[in-house]
Design a protein around this ligand. Structure first.
Ligand code: HEC
Ligand code: HEC
Length: 193
């Protein structure tokens, strides 16, 4: 169970992982992350627009996605190959590594919180920090990535009970507007103290 402490500090939301992490999992996970860093960065801040930021994601969400890529339930030419080579322990450890970072998400100066996409905030938050363990952060992901995933849910290429139903009703314009909202958030990934 991951608890989020959301602190509103003049437009900055701070999310901390309230559970203690096993030092061994974090250390072993850092080694596994050597395989991920060219695309996701060692701290989970991605350097290529098609790869998402994964630092500070809920650990359960990272585990779910790696298992989905490994089983073929979710497909991507790069990630499917990477995930097929991972053991259960490597998945748990690397998820713990990326999940152990703290993040801040800051809205652009001109953005008003009440303009956040109302269909999404219950689970993804106003700034794109997940409100539940099974949902991902969207803060600062590129609009290309968010757009691609929503269209994948809509077309059935990617499937999830909640998200497939939500995406089915979205138009291309709505997808673009929502993707732009979350992409405009400034994400910072911080090593925990
Ligand atoms: C060659 C580049 C590359 C490498 C190496 C790579 N990834 Fe990825 N990763 C991607 C791309 C691209 C996506 C987006 C896939 C999609 O569009 O569905 C992704 C998606 C993910 C996701 C899903 C995130 C989300 O928000 O849904 C996770 C988790 C992930 N990668 C973890 C890892 C881990 C852990 C490693 C190392 C063991 C790794 N990746 C190595 C490119 C890479
Ligand atoms: C009731 C909770 C809930 C609501 C409301 C919701 N989502 Fe989600 N969303 C989820 C969950 C859970 C997942 C993880 C799906 C999976 O495991 O594949 C997800 C995944 C996503 C992803 C994939 C991100 C990634 O990193 O791969 C995107 C994009 C997304 N949601 C956008 C939206 C948008 C846009 C809305 C509003 C129109 C929305 N969601 C509303 C729960 C929700």
């Amino acid at each position: 169970m991951r608890l989020f402490m959301l602190v509103f500090l003049g437009g900055v939301f701070l999310a901390g992982d309230a559970l203690p992490q096993s030092p061994n999992e974090v250390r072993d996970g850092r080694k596994v992350a050597g395989m991920c860093r060219t695309c996701h960065g060692l701290n989970g801040f991605s350097s290529i627009p098609i790869a998402p930021h994964i630092g500070g994601e809920p650990v359960d969400y990272i585990i779910n996605q790696l298992e989905a890529f490994r089983s073929g339930a979710r497909e991507h030419e790069m990630m499917s190959v990477v995930a097929k080579g991972l053991s259960d322990a490597q998945i748990r450890n690397v998820a713990t590594w990326y999940g152990h970072f703290d993040i801040t998400a800051t809205l652009p100066a001109k953005a008003k919180p009440e303009d956040a996409p109302e269909l999404c905030v219950a689970c993804h938050g106003v700034t794109g920090i997940a409100e539940t363990d099974d949902a991902p952060n969207l803060a600062g992901e590129t609009n290309i990535y968010i757009d691609t995933q929503l269209k994948a849910f809509r077309s059935g290429k990617r499937s999830h009970d909640i998200m497939s139903a939500i995406a089915a009703d979205l138009t291309d314009t709505e997808i673009r507007d929502i993707a732009d909202w979350y992409a405009a958030v400034k994400l910072e990934i911080i090593a925990p103290q």
